[in-house]
Design a protein around this ligand. Structure first.
Ligand code: GLY
Ligand code: MN
Ligand code: MN
Length: 435
């Protein structure tokens, strides 16, 4: 920020689920990153060299003993200063007057327009009314600056403190996957495995999930965002689980695919090994100097070779890659950034080219193969098999660290985890309870 700059960042508000029931509150990631303030409806104000404004100020919900009795204790302005170290803090009502005044004093305003209609309106209103005040020496700001170019570049490179939350989320998520492997059995509901994962995340102190879990038995795995999780697991099928916990708003994102009954069939083994080989070659390419796209291309090349081996395609690997002939069976990207958002902030390209990986970046590696039940291009025994394997990778100066290595993924380790003893939470007799 330069002299005369103002920046405004709103936090999240509660969203209505139905009638007077709200969705669980989740703080907006940029706001959380900058403030550490976990309450709803806050606004962060930053300024540089503007008379009468602090460098760092926070608008927060006021103390209100009656409201706090219903919905919980609030920091209030004094608490925000003491607990979060802000130079200045105000009751939220003051924003209505102070924000337009601040906008009219600013040379430039850093603000992400389009995310918060209330604050958008206030800022546009202040700009508009400043045009009527030229004779008072008040003028509109020279520029509205999109803050995410700078801020999301910061978020892309994780600090040790951030990594400690990501390691925790990863370890607990791996534990959830292992519990699901150990407990899975034919006849069980996909929803039951989902509940075991969610239980594990909360049981171990996580905020909960970082995205709703995908628990997809058999051919459901070929629906990429299947998360109704309402079908029964069948003997002889695989189950694909894509689930991760969140700690202090930091995500893990793990996918494992394993046999419902604990033992891979030979056909399942061969597709599984193809996806695992692709994943391992992409993880190998996770190092400083390689580009984000190199990671994707490693999986694309490996999977293309496997599609030839399975007799699905006949062309050379080069032709398959060049013409993207693999796409009917591998249609998504291999990676995304991960952090405060599961699909995290940060640019993927610079000057039109995929950027190089650098130490401190975190990305997923998640190749898959999806052979739908009715796809007659695929040999019959492989139809209905959908497999994805996903890990979370930190780029280090010397290469990478796999944050989610604890979740088993070789055929041998997965089968061992499926037959391991792992303690279940108690199951209540709901029929009896309902009486
Ligand atoms: N769980 C969402 C994803 O894998 O990107
Ligand atoms: Mn995932
Ligand atoms: Mn992912």
């Amino acid at each position: 920020m330069e002299e005369g700059d103002l920046a405004l960042f709103p936090g999240a508000s509660f969203a209505t689920r139905n009638h007077d029931v709200e969705y669980p509150f989740r703080q907006q990631a940029d706001y959380w990153y900058l403030t550490g303030h976990g309450e709803a409806d806050g606004i962060l104000l930053l300024s540089k060299g503007i008379e009468g404004l602090p460098e760092e100020g926070l608008f927060v919900l006021p103390k209100d003993s009656e409201k706090e009795t219903w919905t919980g204790v609030r920091l209030g302005p004094e608490g925000a200063k003491e607990t979060l170290g802000f130079q200045e803090a105000w009751n939220l009502e003051e924003a209505e007057k102070l924000i337009p005044e601040a906008v009219q004093k600013a040379k430039r305003v850093w603000y992400r327009i389009g995310d918060h209609s209330g604050l958008d309106k206030q800022i546009v209103g202040a700009v508009s009314s400043s045009r009527m005040k030229a004779r008072l020496g008040i003028h509109p700001p020279e520029a509205l600056v999109e803050p995410t170019h700078v801020l999301h570049e910061m978020r892309l490179f994780k600090t040790e403190e951030e990594l400690s939350f990501m390691r925790l989320a990863s370890a607990v998520s791996a534990e959830g996957h292992m519990l699901a492997m150990a407990q899975s059995t034919p006849g069980m509901g996909e929803w039951e495995l989902q509940a075991l994962l969610d239980y594990t995340f909360r049981r171990n102190g996580g905020d909960g999930w970082s995205y709703p879990a995908i628990v997809a038995g058999g051919a459901n795995a070929c629906i990429l965002h299947y998360n109704t999780n309402h079908q029964t697991l069948r003997d002889g099928d695989l189950v694909l689980i894509d689930a991760g916990a969140e700690f202090s708003c930091y995500a893990a994102d793990i996918t494992r695919t394993f046999p419902v009954n604990g033992t891979f069939t030979p056909d399942q083994k061969s597709v599984y090994q193809a996806v695992l080989d692709a994943e391992m070659s992409s993880i190998e390419s996770c190092k400083p100097g390689n580009s984000f796209n190199d990671v994707h291309m490693a999986s694309v090349r490996s999977l293309s070779g496997s599609l030839v081996e399975f007799g699905v395609l006949k062309e050379s690997v080069d032709e398959i890659v060049e013409k993207e002939l693999y796409k009917p069976w591998y249609l998504h990207n291999t990676s995304h950034w991960i952090g405060l958002d599961v699909h995290d902030a940060g640019r993927y390209k610079a000057d039109g080219e995929f950027r190089n990986l650098e130490a401190g970046m975190c990305l997923t590696v998640e190749p898959g193969l999806y052979f739908s039940e009715n796809d007659d291009r695929v040999p019959k025994p492989l139809r209905g098999i959908g497999i994805r394997i996903e890990d979370d990778i930190l780029i280090t100066p010397g290469g990478h660290e796999n944050l989610t290595l604890a979740a088993p993924k070789t055929i041998e380790d997965v089968e061992a985890a499926c037959s391991a003893e792992r303690v279940m939470p108690p199951v209540l007799d709901t029929e009896l309870l309902a009486k």
